[in-house]
Design a protein around this ligand. Structure first.
Ligand code: HEM
Ligand code: HEM
Length: 193
């Protein structure tokens, strides 16, 4: 197993982070919608406990992922990919990274402003990143609106992202999708892997 990326393939670490984070984000979207729809109750508090725990875990993993991204080489785009597609892919990936950080951060702002107590993994209390404010304060409401629109934005970009991955596979017939899947490896014309 190769841990690091090469010029033709994603390594195991990048793949693991991509898929764990993708599944956690999709699961947390469902959990967020479910929790927000429940009446004020112990069940709602439980659902938000898990929503916040998963969300903060995503934030930590995304920070690790960004560090790994800058520390390792990135596979090349497939040969012959038009310039506009390289630019679109660069911009959309950059946008996904920004949203993966901003979405949990905005959730953390709502949480901090609302003054709830949250212990992460039963180990330590999550610190507040903005001061606690009165019930239904402007900070809390504003951050909730921002959180909502960031969720809408990431959902739209993920749909586009999946369609692009499928287009690479089914229409262009290149290795872009296959090389991100677990337990696969695209052949490298240069290194002869
Ligand atoms: C992977 C990261 C996250 C995703 C995908 C996500 C997604 C969502 C979604 C879809 C909703 C329901 C839509 C809405 O009513 O606004 C929601 C609500 C909420 N989320 Fe998150 N969230 C994430 C991280 C977090 C984090 C880290 C926290 C807090 C530490 C948090 C706190 C909240 C709160 C308090 C609400 C209720 C907002 C309201 O009162 O309107 N979220 N989230
Ligand atoms: C919440 C869901 C997802 C997020 C946030 C996400 C995010 C990203 C990001 C930021 C990259 C760029 C990696 C880099 O250059 O550092 C990437 C690559 C990739 N993603 Fe996703 N992704 C998600 C779900 C999916 C799904 C469901 C698929 C499958 C269809 C997929 C397929 C791919 C592929 C094939 C690449 C590799 C592109 C390449 O080699 O240039 N992603 N993803």
């Amino acid at each position: 197993m190769r841990w690091r990326n090469t010029s033709a393939n994603w390594g195991a670490i990048a793949k693991l982070l991509h898929w764990v984070i993708a599944i956690a984000i999709l699961g947390n979207i469902a959990l967020g919608i479910y929790a927000a729809g429940l009446p004020l109750s112990p069940a709602q508090a439980d659902a938000f406990y898990w929503h916040k725990t998963v969300g903060l875990t995503v934030l930590g993993l995304v920070v690790l992922r960004i560090l790994w991204r800058v520390a390792t080489p990135v596979p090349r785009p497939p040969p012959g990919m038009p310039r506009w597609q390289r630019i679109a892919s660069g911009l959309s990936h950059f946008g996904l990274y920004i949203l993966m950080v901003a979405l949990p951060l905005s959730g953390w702002v709502i949480h901090s402003a609302s003054g709830f107590y949250l212990e992460l993994y039963g180990l330590f209390e999550v610190p507040n990143i903005v001061p606690e404010s009165a019930d239904e304060s402007a900070v809390q409401d504003g951050a909730a609106v921002v959180h909502y629109w960031l969720f809408v934005a990431i959902s739209a970009l993920v749909v586009l992202h999946v369609l692009a991955a499928l287009k690479h596979h089914m229409i262009d017939g290149d290795t872009v999708l296959v090389r991100m899947l677990p337990f696969t490896r695209a052949s490298d014309p240069i290194r002869g892997e």
